[in-house]
Design a protein around this ligand. Structure first.
Ligand code: ADP
Ligand code: MG
Length: 613
């Protein structure tokens, strides 16, 4: 059994700072941030009460960057430096993007760049600006740092697009707990993960994109069976259809600026028609008139029909008949439009779920998932089979790392190992969870510290502390420590694989290979030093406790050996320390035997002989 590091519990660096995890919906049109507080999801508003942050970033010549509504207002005046819908450019090369309202160039690594007055910007940098504003919003509202987040991405995002999203988060100083598919987030928001196993459909109609996903739930895990949609179909196209109707009714915009104004008015009218049946429109001097719900429905029906065609195709691809779909979830601001709801309901022959605000549902699901991953909810989690990228273990005496789950072990994984105490009567111990391949803790990454209290007083080495490492299917690590005689128990949950970049993992592995030899030598030395300390401590405690059992001259003999051992311990030679340990052991052997006899005698005193039969 290895010995646990002793350090006084309660020395964690900042126990009073509150830290938060969040869910972020990094949308094409709008972005949101949400977090779980006391079991409830709250979507955080900005200072003026808006929860939607328009995904628009403006770069100015003086280096100033504005994000959100203020940037959106500059769109017309400063179109080339005001970047909207940057999500469409994420993870893309210059050749992947056909037409764009911006000046695009290709970078050396193939990533597209947007030329602005403030220089060339990658989509990753632009997205990072949006994320940074959301991060600041949370930190200002809740008064504590945002440590990590779940960020949602479309189900069809490829590796490059996902990596670009992660890079943007890193640039914004946000640790990514996980990227979560948007339709999965929406399903989680409705708690469908607790539903019967089966098929679920997520219909997401946003500002500029339409996505439909078919999910299969089995054993609490959502699998994306099929996706479909149209990357250029959404509320914006509805606005264009309305403007086309106004043109037919005589509107004559004479500049791109005037067309933009008409589009704005169309959007405004369309959104109002979600609750009203008719609205007045006045875009003086270009157009004035009335728009009814029926006008709108007629204008957008062909667009809705295109979404339904995509839905049917997805069902067909997956070989799933409509009757097998358990629930249909509506996502995206444009699904507020009554006609959309009506026609989706008719196709699936059931009322789609829409009681969670369709703008917020993805962020709500992401926040729930973040809460779960942070270990706050404790429910069983979903997704992915993976391996552990770097070994997991704990710190033992001498600053050594004892590996408990080796690198590349498939997850879920569970291993236990027994440890014991180092000092007589030690009532608590601090457990330091580390990750890495090196033998010395200083060279590993520190993951967590927690403490086990309530260990009954026992002599050193008598307590048996079982430390169990469990990594669930999501890569979430829980460590528990349990003292077996008293049942005292303590645990902590950490995320071992997240937060380490591939490059970091690579470097740590390289280091471990390069330093295997010096590590082994250091380990041998530390082990002997620890053993020496333990021995000296034990012998001194024994002499203090049972002074009367020492034979004449024995104290001096033992003291001389202790001095010699201490001297050896100060050196670098593990062999010499081992020899001195043996010498001290020899010098104190008889005294130890006498103590044992005396102890036995004391234990038997006052009890009847029959008890010992
Ligand atoms: P994205 O996922 O692309 O970021 P959103 O889900 O935020 O987009 O949806 C934005 C779209 O939702 C816009 O076209 C907007 O006009 C539309 N929308 C917002 N509110 C309403 C409403 N009350 N009625 C109809 N459409 C709405
Ligand atoms: Mg969206």
């Amino acid at each position: 059994m290895a010995l646990l590091q002793i350090s006084e519990p309660g020395q964690s660096p900042d126990p009073h700072t509150r830290k938060f995890v969040a869910g972020i919906d990094l949308g094409t049109t709008n972005s949101l941030i949400a977090t779980v507080r006391e079991g409830e999801v709250v979507v955080l508003p900005d200072a003026s009460g808006d929860v939607l942050l328009p995904s628009v970033v403006r770069f100015e010549a003086d280096g100033r960057v504005t994000v959100g509504r203020a940037a959106q207002q500059a769109e017309i005046a400063d179109p080339l430096n005001t970047i909207a819908s940057v999500k469409r450019l994420m993870g893309r090369g210059r050749a992947d993007v056909a037409d764009s309202p911006y000046r695009l160039t290709g970078g050396a690594e193939g990533m597209v760049r947007i030329e602005t007055v403030a220089g060339a910007k990658t989509p990753v940098e632009v997205s990072a600006q949006i994320l940074a504003v959301l991060k600041a919003r949370l930190e200002e509202t809740l008064g504590g740092p945002l440590t990590a987040a779940v960020i949602t991405v479309p189900a069809y995002f490829d590796e490059a697009q996902r990596q670009a999203t992660k890079d943007a988060a890193r640039l914004a100083g946000i640790e990514v707990l996980r990227l979560l598919n948007e339709p999965t987030a929406a399903a989680v928001a409705y708690g469908l993960d607790r539903n019967p196993e089966g098929l679920y459909c997520v219909y997401d109609l946003g500002g500029g994109t339409f996505d439909v996903s078919l999910l299969r739930l089995s054993e609490g895990v959502f699998e994306v069976l099929a996706t479909g949609g149209d990357a250029a179909l959404g509320g914006d196209d509805m606005d264009a259809a309305i403007v086309a109707l106004w043109r037919a009714r005589g509107a004559r915009p004479e500049s791109p600026e005037e067309t933009r104004r008409l589009l704005r008015a169309a959007r405004d009218a369309r959104e109002r028609l979600t609750l009203e049946t008719e609205v007045a429109v006045d875009v003086a001097p270009i157009y004035a008139g009335r728009l009814s719900r029926d006008d709108l429905d007629a204008a957008i029906d062909p667009l809705i029909e295109r979404t339904l065609v995509a839905c049917r195709r997805v069902l067909k691809d997956a070989g799933a008949p409509v009757a097998e779909i358990g629930e249909v979830v509506l996502v995206g601001g444009a699904t507020r439009t009554p006609r959309v709801r009506e026609r989706v309901g008719a196709l699936f022959r059931k009322e789609p779920l829409h009681d969670i605000d369709p703008d917020r549902v993805v962020a709500v699901g992401a926040a729930r998932q973040a809460d779960l991953l942070a270990g706050n909810a404790g429910a069983a989690d979903m997704l992915l089979l993976d391996v552990i990228p770097l070994s997991l273990g704990i710190e033992i005496m001498g600053g050594l790392a004892e590996k408990i789950i080796p690198r590349n072990a498939p997850i879920p994984a569970s291993r236990a190992q027994d440890f014991t105490t180092y000092k007589d009567g030690q009532g608590a111990l601090a457990i330091h969870v580390v990750q890495g391949e090196r033998d010395l803790v200083a060279e590993c990454r520190s993951l967590a510290r927690f403490e086990l209290r309530g260990i009954p007083p026992m002599v050193a080495g008598a307590a048996r502390i079982r430390v169990t490492f469990q990594v669930d299917a999501d890569g979430l690590l829980s460590v528990s420590a349990r003292e077996t005689t008293s049942g005292a128990e303590s645990r902590v949950t950490v995320r071992p694989s997240f937060g380490l970049s591939d490059a970091e993992i690579e470097r740590m592995l390289q280091d471990s290979i390069a330093s295997a030899e010096s590590d082994a030598a250091a380990r041998a030395l530390r082990e002997q030093q620890v053993e020496a300390d333990r021995m000296i401590e034990a012998v001194r405690a024994a002499m203090a406790a049972d002074e009367d059992l020492l034979a004449p001259g024995e104290r001096e003999a033992i003291a001389a050996r202790i001095a010699a051992l201490k001297e050896a311990r100060g050196g670098e030679d593990p062999r010499r320390i081992r020899e001195e340990i043996a010498a001290l052991d020899g010098a104190s052997a008889r005294f130890a035997a006498r103590r044992m006899d005396a102890g036995l005698e004391r234990a038997m005193k006052g009890r009847s002989v029959t008890e010992f039969r």
